[in-house]
Design a protein around this ligand. Structure first.
Ligand code: CA2
Length: 313
């Protein structure tokens, strides 16, 4: 999910957005700058040559392109982007929308008029724009951050808000007994990657999807059950490779069923093509689905499946 900043021209969105993107290590897009790149004209020229209506329709298309990027980003929008309901619903669907609020008086005292065609001719128009757009900002934003005087505290507040209120989904990955030994023995069945390497690549994939992934491993049935129970209210979904408990543990099945969270079961090997005692999974009866036989890829496919399940909820 993206972080999308909205607010009046001159409210400090761009400065804050760029600083935020560095803080949380995400790409940064400035909608107006992307429009200029796309059209090959400055915002002032687009307004002068094609008028505001044409500008707004370009704005919607470019916003759509940026919001469709899979890597979660910080996106700063132009002051009027919130007016069109299509833009507002696109933003809401694509991430957390934060309004950067500054009073017209404070804006006027610092405003650079370049690239702000609606204010260039008459800077006092900021008062009218503020009044006209108030309801739209209200409708668009999930949260508001006051930025009366640009300061480090505002950036701190914004960063804290993004890190705590982000709509990022939380997924717990549990690995059962002996999976910590991966990569050290039986590579013909379980592959060459070590447990640590698998975890690292999964955490990287999760970060690209803006998923908050937590990974745990235990050799003890009771500990796995405790973690499943503790996931209630903390996690949005559980991925689990119960290891050999897959074939025996009614207790893990009961725990999975008790939490009412979506669960996807994972196996590195194709349990149906091995010894007969591995072909039956006791725990799978509580799962939404099972992914088995694709080696390390089983984990990535399961993460993708859970991400889709949570998006459709
Ligand atoms: O295929 C899977 O992911 C399994 O869940 C793995 C379990 C096995 O008991 C299941 O039947 C299928 C075993 C994990 C143990 O992994 C080791 C890795 C290296 C060395 C020894 C065991």
């Amino acid at each position: 999910m993206h972080v999308i900043l909205v607010g009046l021209s001159g409210s400090g969105k761009s400065t804050l957005g760029e600083a935020l993107s560095k803080r949380i290590n995400r790409p940064f897009y400035d909608l107006d700058k992307e429009i200029v790149k796309n059209v090959g004209k400055s915002i002032d020229e687009i307004f002068a040559d094609q008028g505001e209506r044409a500008f707004r329709s370009i704005e919607t298309k470019v916003l759509d392109t940026i919001c469709s990027k899979s890597e979660p980003a910080v996106i700063v929008t132009g002051g009027g982007a919130v007016i069109d309901p299509k833009n507002r619903s696109l933003m809401k669907r694509s991430g957390t929308v934060i309004r950067i609020k500054r009073s017209p008086e404070a804006i006027l005292s610092t405003l650079n008029l370049e690239g702000r065609p609606l204010l260039k001719a008459d800077p006092n128009r900021i008062y009218t724009l503020a009044r006209e757009r108030e309801d739209f900002y209200h409708l668009a934003a999930d949260y508001t951050v006051q930025n009366e005087t640009a300061s480090d505290e505002t950036l701190e507040a914004l960063t804290h808000l993004v890190l705590t209120k982000d709509k990022a989904k939380k997924i717990l990955l549990l690995n059962g007994p002996n999976l910590n030994l991966l990569g050290t023995r039986e590579p013909s069945i379980y592959g060459n990657m070590t447990y640590e390497q698998i975890c690292k690549s999964l955490l990287e994939s999760a970060a690209k999807k803006a998923i908050n992934l937590e990974i745990k491993q235990s050799n003890h049935e009771g500990e796995l059950i405790d973690w499943i129970q503790e996931a209630v209210g903390e996690q949005d979904g559980i991925l689990i490779n119960p290891g050999a408990y897959t074939h025996t543990s009614i207790a893990i099945l009961d725990a999975i069923r008790s939490v009412k969270l979506p669960v996807v079961e994972i196996h590195l090997s194709n349990i149906h093509a091995r010894e007969t005692f591995r072909a039956h999974s006791v725990t799978a009866a509580g799962a939404v689905g099972v992914i088995a036989g694709f080696g390390t890829m089983s984990y990535h496919l399961a993460l993708e499946a859970m991400s889709n399940i949570l998006t459709e909820q």
